[in-house]
Design a protein around this ligand. Structure first.
Ligand code: NCD
Ligand code: ZN
Length: 348
């Protein structure tokens, strides 16, 4: 057997799904993403959400101002869809380069989604316009009906919302964000090339036991919630499959320790500081290091119709200890893998 590679050099990667927040915390979390990635799709679920061209552009400027000197990082912005979103604003914003995609949050599905869409029928005109101009729709794929069990909400969303949407708008580019189930991977595999998905590091590493065995562990709680082991295994298979439909999207979602460790803790896992290290370990464990570059650096830009990044980054097989807490410019946040040792280290 050939000896295991000690380093892996890949084209600079991008993060196709990240939450950077705003204000003081923004300045604390942007450096982590900018150190790892050349570009990132920035989620618009601020409070209030960033909906129109002016708000998105102002948010972009605040992100750019938070990038440390010497790092080359480009935020790719998204518009937040509401029941009242005007197709004209979306088309104009896309044309002007203010946003590359629009995000569909079913109302009340997750953090910052209170102003999300109550029924996709209400934004039919927007979706038709997006289909016409080739603008990707990024979907938080969970129903919010109280009678649907939280562990079933993604699979039910496929049947009730996503499958009909993809059938009715066959030219619409759709990214099924942060998929967590075997059903989602099967749906993506069976759909046309216009349907893709992001996969987070946490859904490749943990199942729901991580949240609930031996005590309730709020730092393993995110939405969509981690599912059973068979789903984690299906996601690992999809991520390392080499299919161009799957790409890296961390869903890094920082919340202060106090907001997580609470009687009603917030959903979200802050994985930005060691995202590449976390992902590459999965590809290594799966014997698929040779497929990591495509997942991290090629499938995303190709789907979005953007150029591949110039330049490379190098990961080396070397232990890295993840700290118990990261200080995000004054806000303490517990990172994913806190206190664990990862087997790969990003150089530089
Ligand atoms: C995200 C957040 O905190 O903004 N939380 C999460 O658990 N992933 C929102 C989201 O993507 O659902
Ligand atoms: Zn997210």
């Amino acid at each position: 057997m050939p000896s295991a590679p000690q380093t892996l050099t890949i084209r600079r990667p991008d993060d196709w799904h990240v939450h950077l927040r705003d204000g003081e915390v923004l300045r604390g979390v942007v450096p982590h993403t900018a150190r790892q990635f050349a570009r990132a799709i920035v989620m618009p679920n601020l409070s209030p959400p960033v909906t129109g061209i002016a708000a998105v552009s102002a948010y972009r400027d605040r992100i750019v101002a938070a990038v440390p000197a010497g790092l080359d990082f480009t935020p790719l912005m998204t518009a937040y869809l509401t029941d009242g979103t005007e197709p004209g604003e979306i088309v104009r914003g896309h044309g002007e380069g203010a946003f590359v995609a629009a995000k569909l949050y079913p109302a009340h599905a997750t953090t910052g989604s209170a102003r999300g869409v109550t029924d996709v029928a209400k934004i039919r005109g927007v979706l038709e316009a997006m289909q016409d101009i080739g603008m990707p729709l990024l979907v938080h794929g969970e129903v919010t009906d109280h009678d649907v069990d939280i562990f079933d909400r993604e699979a039910v969303f496929i049947d009730r919302v996503l499958a009909p949407l993809v059938r009715d708008l066959p030219g619409l580019k759709v990214v099924f964000e942060h998929i967590t189930t075997a059903e989602a991977a099967a749906f993506v595999d069976g759909a046309g090339p216009q349907v893709a998905a992001t996969i987070t590091p946490q859904h490749l590493h943990i199942n729901r036991n991580a949240m609930l065995v031996g005590g309730i562990r709020p730092h393993a709680y995110c939405l969509p919630v981690a599912k059973r082991e068979k789903h984690r295994l299906a996601l690992r298979k999809a991520a390392v499959s080499g299919s161009p439909k799957y790409f890296l999207g961390t869903d890094s979602a920082p919340h202060a320790v106090s907001a997580k460790e609470s009687a009603c803790g917030c959903a979200g896992i802050f994985n930005a500081p060691f995202a590449l290290e976390s992902y590459v370990q999965v590809f290594d464990e799966e014997g698929a290091l040779d497929r990591f570059e495509a997942f991290a650096s090629e499938h995303g830009p190709r789907f979005y119709g953007l150029p591949l990044n110039p330049g490379t980054v190098t990961l080396e097989r070397s232990e890295v200890e993840v700290p118990a807490v990261v200080d995000a410019n004054g806000t303490p946040i517990v990172p994913f893998h806190a206190g664990e040792r990862l087997q790969w280290k990003l150089r530089g």
